[in-house]
Write a protein that binds this ligand. Sequence first.
Ligand code: ADP
Length: 427
Amino acid sequence: MLVDLAQSNREEIDAQSLLRISQQLNSTLDTDLLLDSLIVGALQLVGAESGCSGLRTPGGMVCRRYFQSGTVLALEYCWPPGHGLPGWLIEHKVPYLTNDALSDTQIVHELCKQFGVWSALSTPILGADEEVLGFFEVHNKKDGAGFTRADQDKLMAVSHSAAIAIQNAIAYRKIKQTEEALRKSERELSRANSVLRRANADLEQFAYSASHDLQEPIRNISIYGEILAHRYRQSLDAKGMEYLSFIAEGARRMEMLVKDLLAYAQSANFEDMPADTADTGAALERALSNLSMAIGESNAKVTCGKLPDVRVPELHLQHLFQNLIGNAIKYRKEEEPPRIQISAGRNGEYWLFSVCDNGIGIPTEYKEQVFGMFKRLHGNGKYSGTGIGLAICQKVVERHGGRIWVESGGPGQGSIFHFTLPAGAGE
Ligand code: ADP
């Protein structure tokens, strides 16, 4: 009866110790702290003098500290698979016990001498799939007796708790590493973005200065070309007149390119313009006035119904009309003058504008592509352009939460460009 009581008392103490160790192991996600409390708990549980613990790495079992009679010694040691007791655990996955270290052939004798080890019990820590996560090893029982099977069972129970805690800690470390890598790539991305923004701003500034400064010399070429043609019409032969027409045509094309380049550079500032309610009639009038030469030359007829005011900067609206009407004139059929109809209708919170022409039309498969930067469908010598007009229109419309798209029955069937813009206040 007395023996039974002592036995159950010991079991109760062991159960409490195991619970305490398990709680300590689960109270941290730091693998170093966890390994330390693991070996401290194991030493107390079996009444051992010293020991160490470590994790499995690709090179083998690695240990950083040796616990001996309450002191912690630095020990940077790696047992490759098969080497020493921890290395043996990697292959066999079951505890290794020796109470005669001096004649044991598996234990590393050099370490035994260094730390005065005469008996050892090494325990593997196994993960859910039986993979070896690490180990802990206790040395020399304080009472001078050897380690027993009962010690081995107790330490295996500790090993199960340690496995869960280590897996959590490893998962946590991986999350932290991933978070850090993510933060690093975010920092790099933001650095790259700011370099890109600076480069873009430089490019836009260059495009603006170059196109702005080129306007006057190009205008001079075209004006003086016309004066020359007028003045020397009588005295120039056919070849001379032909050369002058080349100059005039070249100047016209350059003017168009420079105009597009300027629009591209100016569109960078579109973002900052305040969204007052634009007078649509005034925006259209200015667009038509800027296009008056092309309208006159092509004999274009532009008609429009009643147009509502919209909540966008007037310059944006003018830009849209100028581009779409300019294109309707440019991409006209040879056999008939351009007929352009502008109309508007309500579409929820937005007004839907439509610019309809009787021009060369757009094949179905290109209806989305024409809005891409530098995308030109009719990019042969006949039609000059840069392919940025519609891309800027899209940017402007989307800046106001609207949409732009085109409908066309195909080549020769004309096109209708639609865009939506927010209705003005009170409409
Ligand atoms: P650009 O006119 O300078 O080439 P845009 O961005 O204004 O550039 O237009 C892109 C392409 O869309 C044009 O090259 C042309 O092929 C096509 N396109 C635009 N408007 C029309 C239109 N009204 N009719 C037929 N094709 C058009």
